[in-house]
Design a protein around this ligand. Structure first.
Ligand code: AMP
Ligand code: ZN
Length: 114
């Protein structure tokens, strides 16, 4: 399923340009347009899922985390560390309603998040 007006579906379909980092199976990684860290990559399923609230495929969610770990290694940030974030709905800070994980690294993160 592809949501007609979904920005990330359009990126997955090549209708809107993005800096693609990696494509593998059911997943796509591309650079965040407004990076919050030296490495800031978004990982999405190519098929539309609105948010973590609608994600029922445990295999897909597992693949997203393995993919994030591989991307971190390839970006050279795995040893120093990084953060993987899935913002969900308004209180979680989600602004694009196509499931995505943020991979952030290359600087020291703070806790608690804002
Ligand atoms: P979230 O707030 O968790 O929904 O994250 C959405 C992210 O998408 C933000 O970090 C935005 O900077 C990013 N974003 C929005 N539009 C684009 C785009 N066209 N290409 C790449 N990243 C985008
Ligand atoms: Zn979508």
């Amino acid at each position: 399923m592809s949501a007609t007006d979904c920005l990330f579906c359009k990126i997955a379909g090549g209708e809107i340009p993005a800096t693609i980092v990696k494509r593998d199976g059911r997943l796509l990684a591309f650079r965040d347009i407004n990076p919050q860290a030296p490495t800031h990559v978004l990982i999405i399923p190519t098929q539309h899922v609105s948010s973590l609230n609608d994600a029922r495929d445990a295999g897909l969610l597992g693949e997203m985390l393995v993919f994030a770990g591989n991307l971190a290694r390839e970006a050279g940030i795995a040893e120093r560390g990084y953060r993987v974030v899935v913002n969900t709905n308004p209180d979680g800070g989600q602004t694009v309603f196509h499931l995505h994980a943020h991979l952030l690294g290359g600087r020291r993160m703070t806790w608690p998040p804002g």
